[in-house]
Design a protein around this ligand. Structure first.
Ligand code: ADP
Length: 438
């Protein structure tokens, strides 16, 4: 650019110097005539090359770029270089894109690129088979017109794509699909769909196996427990020395029964995850029941406070949620020494309905917290056993919460206490009218 300016400046300077020379040798009129003629030729030259540039821009083919003269030679040379650079990066980009398309087509998973309006921009071959899309007709069509599945549509409309959804294929009910949306760029989305039928089958087999084993064990255990109880109650049948062993046997059968009951509850929640009907839960009433149960369990050893927003109700599965709330409250009691306090609260926090239980108990070390909802995970197994725990309580709570799209937050400090909070989605809020005058 600097060069071009200098070239133009020198050209004009040379013309002026030449005219000055004419003026010195001849007269003013001749010098002015030469100056005017020179400027006119200069202008005509510019207009000519501008016209050439305009013509070329209408059809910018790299090899047809004009050569130019003077400063226009530099302008066209720069244009040529820029255009070449641009075409090179464009061809590199299309090669990369082509390679990406080949790679994604080789994937067994369906991949669909959606634009900001959720219209299909591109999809690979497996998407035709798994989602029933057609290369001829479906590009540029909104995905919600083509994938008519209620769960998928609510997933698409929600803004939370942190985890995938599983659904039965609308084309073949024997096929289970796992769909994940991944936002990228400026509100574009990548849809990845995977056939998880084989995995799902194994999962169902595992669930059925646990449910069957638990069910089969329940009856013999009930019989053994019953006989042990009868024998211990029969005066003179059990000697004084054998009595402690009898008590231990009774304790252990009781524990096994509780584990089996919890395993059955877990598999019931897992297999019924869609079938339980959601109703409006009167939270004030339910929490009073939970508080009363807690008082029974504590037997006056703890102070149990309840603070609930009377206008806030919840849409959910009544029995499941009552069991989840009771589980957290009973843990708070079991892991809080005598004389401690338990605070049960229900209300809005940061725009979400939140149920929380705070205790002044033994607390939990930080590194255990992420693993507490795993089956049979206990911080201290002997303490859990002592208090009648099975190690399954929090994993039942987690399953119930998953069904309600809710999250469990745990904060704890050793020897200070713990707070377990359930954060529900806003969509589950139901407002209750409270009568001001009775
Ligand atoms: P458990 O039947 O053993 O109580 P859970 O699944 O209910 O099983 O809880 C898992 C573990 O989390 C417990 O063994 C206990 O160590 C810890 N835990 C749960 N709630 C509390 C609490 N309020 N205070 C301290 N520790 C807790």
């Amino acid at each position: 650019m600097q060069d071009i300016r200098w070239k133009a400046f020198w050209l004009l300077l040379s013309l002026t110097a030449f005219c000055l020379l004419i003026w010195l040798v001849y007269d003013t009129e001749t010098a002015l005539a030469f100056f005017g003629l020179g400027t006119l030729i200069y202008l005509i030259g510019h207009i000519y090359w501008l016209h050439k540039l305009y013509k070329w821009l209408q059809k910018p083919i790299l090899n047809h770029i004009p050569n130019g003269t003077g400063i226009w030679e530099d302008v066209f040379a720069m244009l040529y270089q820029e255009h070449r650079k641009h075409s090179r990066s464009q061809s590199q980009l299309s090669t990369a894109l082509e390679r990406f398309r080949h790679a994604t087509s080789a994937l067994p998973d369906a991949v669909v690129v959606l634009n900001t309006q959720n219209e299909i921009e591109w999809f690979n071959d497996p998407a035709e088979k798994q989602l029933g899309l057609n290369k001829q007709h479906d590009e540029s069509q909104p995905i919600n017109y083509l994938v008519r599945n209620g769960d998928f549509l609510s997933y698409l409309q929600s803004d939370d794509y942190s985890s995938p959804i599983k659904l039965k294929s609308w084309r073949n009910p024997d096929v289970t699909l796992e769909i994940q949306l991944i936002p990228f760029g400026t509100k574009q989305k990548l849809l990845i769909c995977r056939d998880v039928s084989a995995l799902e089958k194994t999962e169902v087999m595992r669930r059925d196996f646990i449910a069957n084993v638990s069910h089969e064990l329940r009856t013999p255990l009930t019989v053994i427990g019953g006989f042990l109880e009868t024998l211990s109650d029969m005066a003179g049948e059990v000697s004084e020395t054998a009595k402690p062993y009898f008590n231990m046997m009774q304790e252990q059968t009781g524990r096994m029964r509780r584990i089996i009951e919890d395993l059955l509850t877990l598999s019931q929640i897992e297999s019924n995850s869609k079938n339980t009907e959601d109703v409006e839960i009167d939270m004030t009433n339910m929490l009073k029941l939970v508080q009363n149960d807690a008082k029974g369990l504590s037997q006056g050893q703890h102070k149990i406070h309840l603070e609930a927003d009377p206008t806030l109700n919840l849409n959910g599965a009544q029995n499941e949620l009552q069991s989840a709330f009771s589980n957290l409250v009973s843990n708070a009691i079991r892991y809080t020494p005598k004389g401690g306090e338990i605070f049960i609260t229900w209300g809005m926090q940061d725009g979400h309905p939140v149920f929380s239980v705070r205790d002044t108990g033994i607390g939990i070390e930080q590194h255990h917290i992420d693993r507490l909802t795993e089956r049979f995970y206990r911080v201290d197994s002997s303490r859990s056993r002592e208090t009648g725990g099975t190690g399954l309580g929090l994993s039942i709570v987690k399953h119930i919460l998953n069904r309600h799209q809710a999250n469990l937050h745990i904060q704890s400090e050793v020897s200070v206490g713990s707070t377990f909070s359930i954060v529900f989605p806003k969509s589950r809020i139901l407002h209750k009218q409270v009568a001001l005058f009775a």
